[in-house]
Design a protein around this ligand. Structure first.
Ligand SMILES: Cc1cc2nc3c(=O)[nH]c(=O)nc-3n(C[C@H](O)[C@H](O)[C@H](O)COP(=O)(O)OP(=O)(O)OC[C@H]3O[C@@H](n4cnc5c(N)ncnc54)[C@H](O)[C@@H]3O)c2cc1C
Length: 388
């Protein structure tokens, strides 16, 4: 019996695993070592329909649910979390357009994802990370156009992106815009903070906007409601980020198990020491729990059910489990775990970076706590009567 239980149909997973083995796995170490965007892998996955899994068929997608999407992120990231995060920035742009954009923009852009459109999701600025309620990037209305000026920082996939979703401040609050690479006034720069130690899918560039003129329908959703729209979109991508962490955790676990089963010390296999077995027992229980929570959060996305809570819980738990698993995998493998030739360093760096990117663990706990406060304020409907 397989160690990892399939949480969607095997008929979906088998071709997915073949595609990952062919297009992702052979490049995984080089993507991380050279810090390059995996263009060929992403375009190949798009040709197989994986970049537009949850879009309806009339928008060039496969019309599947978010559990299948989670399986894509988990399997791709088992080989390469850099490919996983490349797919995340595509999903983010796709989701915010699908949920909030004008019909004309949806009709123009959504079918392009099936053809491999690479996008970035640009919220952060040098002075605004977790707190995006006010921004230095500004957009003003000029007749029937919007004019954008500013600079976004830490932009994942920005070195290869063909289009960006951007948060900018307008006179009535923060708003969201769609911008294509190649428009006049759009450029990218590798600032001093472009190279990360984890989730390395090419430099995390600064995106420079110098009086970029946009058609009116490139405003996504409602002017001034950008933070709400961006955070709703993050509820989707946080669940998929959790699936990326699961892929990292499983890869680290499997690597360490294979090592422990083969390596001997004191006339025994490492795996026969009870102290080592207990590491594995803890890790397996934690990964299994994080998988169940993440796939439940993915199904909640299909049902639009409390997605902020479940997405936050899933990412909070799975990212922590991935970091802990990767660190214990290094410990189990001793000096071999520390070698650059082993993959455990990559797993550890990727796992740790995902405790920050896409919503830090502290911000996720705030989201969960806010939900608890709402529950308490509503008289704790459905709870047993509180007793002192
Ligand atoms: C690998 C990577 C990829 C990234 N990709 C992108 C991208 O594609 N697009 C994009 O827009 N951004 C991206 N970012 C930026 C990322 O979203 C921010 O780093 C993140 O939101 C945190 O912001 P910050 O780094 O400015 O930290 P800060 O907001 O300055 O926070 C610093 C510390 O304080 C904590 N903190 C902040 N506020 C609170 C609070 N209210 N309560 C408790 N603790 C708090 C944080 O959790 C953190 O530990 C990326 C970052 C990384 C590391």
């Amino acid at each position: 019996m397989a160690l990892w239980v399939d949480l969607v149909e095997t008929e979906f997973l088998e071709p997915l695993r073949r595609a990952v083995a062919e297009h992702v796995e052979p490049q995984a170490d080089a993507i991380d070592r050279d810090d390059v965007y995996p263009v060929a892998a992403i375009k190949a996955l798009a040709r197989h329909g994986y970049n537009s899994l949850t879009l309806p068929a009339d928008q060039g997608g496969r019309g599947l649910g978010f559990a299948h999407c989670a399986a894509l992120f988990e399997e791709a990231s088992y080989a390469s979390a850099a490919v996983g995060i490349s797919l995340i920035t595509i999903l983010q742009a796709q989701t915010i357009i699908r949920l909030f954009a004008a019909d004309s923009l949806k009709a123009a852009v959504l079918p392009e994802f099936g053809q491999g459109l690479i996008t970035s999701y640009a919220l952060t600025e040098a002075n605004h990370g977790s707190d995006i309620r006010s921004l230095d990037t500004k957009a003003v209305r000029d007749g029937d156009r919007w004019i954008l000026t500013g600079r976004k920082s830490f932009i994942t996939s920005g070195s290869a992106a063909e289009a960006y979703v951007i948060l900018a401040e307008t006179p009535v609050g923060v708003s969201v815009f769609f911008v294509r690479q190649g428009m006049e006034g759009v450029s990218t720069e590798e600032g001093p903070n472009a190279a990360t130690f984890g989730l390395r899918n090419g430099p995390h560039v600064d995106l420079v906007l110098d009086r970029v003129a946009l058609p009116a329908d490139h405003l996504i959703g409602v002017e001034g409601k950008g933070v709400r729209q961006a955070v709703t979109t993050l509820d989707y991508s946080r669940t998929m980020a959790a699936a990326i962490s699961l892929g990292i955790a499983r890869a680290a676990f499997d690597g360490a198990l294979s090592f422990a089963a083969g390596r001997s010390a004191f006339d025994r296999k490492i795996l026969d020491f009870q102290g080592i077995q207990w590491y594995f027992a803890d890790m397996l229980a934690e990964i299994d729990a994080a998988r169940l929570l993440t796939y439940a959060a993915a199904r909640a996305l299909d049902d639009h059910d409390d997605i902020a809570r479940f997405g936050s819980e899933a990412k909070l738990l799975a990212s922590r489990v991935a970091t802990d698993t990767a660190a214990r995998a290094v410990q189990i493998c001793g000096a071999y775990g520390v070698m650059e030739s082993a993959r455990f360093g990559r797993y550890l760096r990727d796992a740790k970076a995902y405790e920050i990117a896409g919503g830090s663990s502290e911000i996720l706990k705030n989201t969960i706590a806010k939900r608890l406060q709402q529950h308490a304020a509503s008289g704790m409907a459905g709870s047993r009567e509180a007793r002192p």
